[in-house]
Design a protein around this ligand. Structure first.
Ligand code: KIV
Ligand code: ZN
Length: 501
């Protein structure tokens, strides 16, 4: 069942299973923003929520249905008429009904016999179809359900009119070989399409989803950043890129929007994307060690998959400086700002970068350029285009954080006052406004990290930023006792370096 031309449907459950992540609750506006972004990404179906849960949940699902998106909107329902009616009221395109099917769940939750589950599954699929809706049927905990009964149940739902059958690995206990066997059995027993819904309790959700596709499933259920119950669901970006790049299968996803999508969910949930996360993590296309960076500078697929590039997923490649840095990356970064050290100077610069990296410090581009200027005796050469003169910030429990700032940009004194979500946000907006008025082209703040480098309430704050202008990207640091000052200092250092040619 591994035909190359198949298009696999992407069913996104970020707003439903994703919202069941302990500690996550989206506001109405956040849900609408996520739905619009998922639609722009190209997902085929958006599971918008479980309308029976509350009046508010029902209203949000209704609002998402009214957005007029291209994606189909799906609502979740137990096999109960009132749950299904709530979905109908919202105007969804598809109703996803589910019932516990494993012995352990039936005995300890619904107390329904296998016969009763079958009877109710039939009645409720018919109920959905008689009301004129597309019906997805899920046998919850399918991977722990007696196989004979499971097949019988899916056939019953098919007879009732289900348009698609979903196979949930509810507690994430399957593994790819078992999943391949199970989905293969179901695929051979029914005629309607199969969807797969994997949880990540053993870190196998994506692998299990791929195995299910190989066995015949034509739809995968995923969530952005893998959020969901316990260890979450199969991650959308990893699943899509594996299907595309490894299996050579099509999806309707605009992959160049994947990074942006993952960042939106990171920002809204406050759950940081780990640096090592495949595809969208900070390190996914970063290189530090000498051998790797040399290879990548010559030809990127020497130390990257090649079948997946940062451009394909809207991410970017980074050459990172540190204790493993080799001379090729130093030479390349310096040549970008027109510095060409001699062989001896290059060795000296490299030595100092490695020392800085070995001391446990993150080495920024600004550090590299400062070291190079010292080694090459060019201290005076670095003209500062932006110089901060004054900064004051007001914040408090009953106050919108506001920053006012005076700076000299290209010799001209400029002022700005801005409000923000917090004092750092307000100060960075003020400095960006001042700079934006005097320098052509957009300067974008891409990365921002705060670390305390000493302990206690008087700790030194270290802020590292990554700033982009056109195709140039520069990292710089600011270190102060005051987080706001450290942030503005880091930003100004980066802009000064960006403008250096
Ligand atoms: O994990 C699960 O079984 C579910 C069902 C509602 C499909 O989320
Ligand atoms: Zn689930």
């Amino acid at each position: 069942m591994h035909e190359k031309n198949r298009t696999i449907e992407i069913f996104d459950t970020t707003l439903r299973d994703g919202e069941q992540t302990p500690g996550i609750s989206f506001t109405t506006e956040q849900k609408r923003t996520i739905a619009r972004q998922l639609d722009a990404l190209g997902v085929d179906i958006i599971e918008a929520g479980t309308p029976i849960t509350s009046k508010e949940e029902k209203e949000v699902v209704q609002l998402i249905c009214d957005e007029g998106l291209s994606a189909k909107i799906c609502g979740l329902a137990r096999i109960l008429t009132q749950d299904i009616d709530a979905c109908v009221d919202c105007g969804v395109d598809m109703i996803h009904i589910f019932v516990p099917s494993s012995e352990i769940q039936r005995e300890h939750t619904t107390k329904m016999s296998e016969a009763k589950v079958k009877e109710q599954a039939y009645k409720m699929t018919r109920y959905v179809k008689e009301r004129g809706f597309m019906c997805m049927f899920s046998a919850m905990d399918a991977t722990r359900t007696r196989l004979e009964f499971l097949i019988d149940l899916y056939k019953t739902a098919e007879e009732g009119g289900a348009d698609i059958l979903n196979v949930p690995d509810t507690v994430g206990i399957s593994e790819p070989f078992a999943m391949y066997e199970l989905v293969g059995e179901i695929y051979r027993a029914v005629k309607v399409p199969i969807s797969i819904h994997c949880h990540n309790d053993f870190g196998l959700a994506v692998a299990n989803s791929l195995a299910a596709v190989k066995a015949g499933a034509s739809e995968v259920q995923v969530s952005v950043n893998g959020i969901g119950e316990r260890a979450g669901n199969a991650d959308l970006v990893e699943t899509v890129m594996s299907l595309n790049a490894i299996y050579g299968l099509k999806t309707n996803i605009k992959t160049e929007r994947l990074f942006e999508m993952a960042k939106l969910i990171e920002r809204i949930t406050g759950i940081p994307i780990p640096v090592t996360k495949p595809v969208v993590g900070d390190n996914a296309f970063s290189h530090e060690s000498g051998i790797h960076t040399h290879g990548v500078i010559v030809r990127t697929d020497t130390f990257e998959p090649g079948i997946m590039t940062p451009e394909m997923v809207g991410h970017r490649r980074r050459i990172v400086l540190g204790k493993h840095t080799g001379k090729h990356s130093v030479e390349k970064k310096l040549s970008e700002i027109g510095m060409s050290p001699s062989k001896e100077e290059l060795e000296e610069i490299l030595e100092r970068i490695k020392e800085l990296g070995a001391s446990g410090k993150r080495v920024t581009d600004d550090d590299l350029f400062s070291i190079a200027e010292v080694v090459m005796g060019e201290i005076a050469r670095h003209e500062r285009i932006v110089v901060l003169k004054e900064l004051s910030v007001m914040t408090g429990n009953n106050l919108i954080p506001t920053a006012s700032l005076k700076a000299v940009v290209r010799g001209k004194e400029c002022t700005s006052a801005q409000m923000g979500l917090g004092p750092v946000d307000a100060a960075l907006k003020a400095i960006q406004q001042v700079i934006g008025g005097e320098i052509d082209g957009d300067i974008e703040l891409k990365d921002f990290r705060i670390e305390a480098i000493t302990g206690g309430s008087d700790a030194l704050a270290e802020v590292i930023v990554g700033v982009k202008k056109g195709d140039r990207f520069v990292t710089a640091r600011g270190v102060r006792e005051d987080i706001v000052m450290a942030s503005v200092e880091a930003f100004i250092n980066a802009v000064n370096r960006l403008m250096q040619r």
